[in-house]
Design a protein around this ligand. Structure first.
Ligand SMILES: [Fe+2]
Ligand SMILES: [Fe+2]
Length: 375
């Protein structure tokens, strides 16, 4: 790379961060971009919403907390952090066990897509809005996500791969979500992202022999960014108490919690070699992440899922097996594949209903939503 080209880690705006990444793109790898393009229920999606409604939010009821959060994000403690430095150890991609390599690359591509999906949504909100508070927040969050995506692309490039972000923006299908669903889904994905990254980071701090790639060293600052993004969405939801208090919306919150948790469980269980290399039992990891996420989301959600309920683990496993069945049926194709797919989907749906109908734990939301990253 030319010395005069800045790195996306140093970019102060999302536009600059993305432009740098476009310039760096010497070649596009079809495999990585195709993987990122795939739209199944489990892969990260791109979202669009009613930007006008979002733009109309008035943050006056949470002004003091809002200004403090924005000031902290403006101070930009992680500027320049997301790039390779002397802590970046050499990665022996060729010597990596093939199954681990395949799963790890899949992990990097889907993480990069998820980061970029956030980036695109936030950037669009910033572009379309005229509400100074909202556009400022979304500009700051888009800035962070562009850096995160850029850093994962740095790691992929060493393996001869790269996700073509410009192409993804143009070509990936966008799913429309009403603003309130964007709040629930995005808030949850930011908080569960924090819980996932910090759990791996703390585990590898205690067991550095399992750190098979240097990118995990960056997870602490990384998850602090996601933590702040989650704080912002908690404040946005707090401006309208109906969002978390009405009967229907509580059902929606429970739905999103169940969907996000079970998707994570199924997706992680598709990567056994990756978790083995990290020295992490995926069932332990899931339980740990759900526990942390439940505590965190108690800042704004008036209910928590009962993950100790006997039906919980049993149905996660059923759902995961149903997904294996669906994947195998799709591979098989033909008539038997068709029926296998239907049978698997029916089993997955039943397991989901069983999870969703576990009585939730009612919970008293605290006066102030403000939290510090404490794990
Ligand atoms: Fe991120
Ligand atoms: Fe984020």
């Amino acid at each position: 790379m030319n010395a005069h080209i800045k790195h996306s880690a140093d970019a102060t705006t999302v536009e600059e961060g993305l432009a740098i990444q476009e310039e760096q793109a010497k070649f596009d790898d079809d495999f990585a971009t195709e993987t990122a393009m795939s739209n199944t229920l489990l892969t990260p999606r791109f979202y669009t919403t009613d930007f006008e409604e979002l733009d109309a939010i008035d943050v006056t009821p949470v002004r003091a907390e809002w200004d403090a959060l924005i000031a902290q994000m403006e101070s930009d403690p992680n500027k320049g952090h997301f790039k390779k430095n002397e802590d970046w150890d050499h990665v022996d991609w060729d010597g990596m066990e093939p199954k681990l390599k395949a799963e790890f690359i899949d992990f990097l591509i889907s993480s990069c897509t998820a980061e970029f999906s956030g980036c695109v949504l936030y950037k669009e909100m910033k572009r379309r809005g005229s509400n100074q508070d909202i556009t400022q927040l979304f500009q700051l969050m888009a800035r962070d996500e562009a850096r995160h995506a850029g850093f994962i692309n740095d790691a992929l490039r060493e393996a001869g791969l790269r996700v073509n972000l410009g192409f993804l923006t143009q070509s990936k299908k966008y799913t429309y979500f009403r603003p309130k669903f964007i709040y629930y889904a995005t808030y949850l994905s930011e908080k569960i992202g924090y819980a996932r990254y910090i759990t791996i980071f703390r585990h590898l701090e205690a067991h550095p022999e399992h750190r098979f790639h240097p990118i995990f060293k960056w997870f602490e600052e990384w998850c602090n960014d996601e933590f702040s993004h989650g704080e912002a969405f908690a404040l946005l939801m707090k401006t309208d108490p109906k969002l978390t208090e009405s009967f229907t919306n509580k059902l929606w919150i429970k739905f999103f919690l169940t969907a996000v948790y079970s998707t994570m469980y199924v997706r992680d269980h598709q990567r056994p070699a990756f978790h083995k290399a990290l020295g992490v039992d995926p069932d332990w990891y899931a339980h740990e992440v759900f526990t942390k996420t439940s505590v965190l989301t108690g800042q704004i959600f008036p209910l928590m899922l009962d993950i100790e309920h006997p039906r919980w683990q049993r149905n996660l496993v059923r759902m995961q097996k149903a997904n294996v069945q669906i994947a195998e049926a799709k591979k098989r194709g033909g008539v038997s594949g068709f029926f296998g797919n239907i049978a698997g989907s029916a089993k997955a749906a039943l397991a989901f209903v069983s999870l969703y109908t576990i009585p939730a734990i009612k919970h008293q939301v605290p006066e102030s939503t403000v939290l510090r990253p404490a794990y």
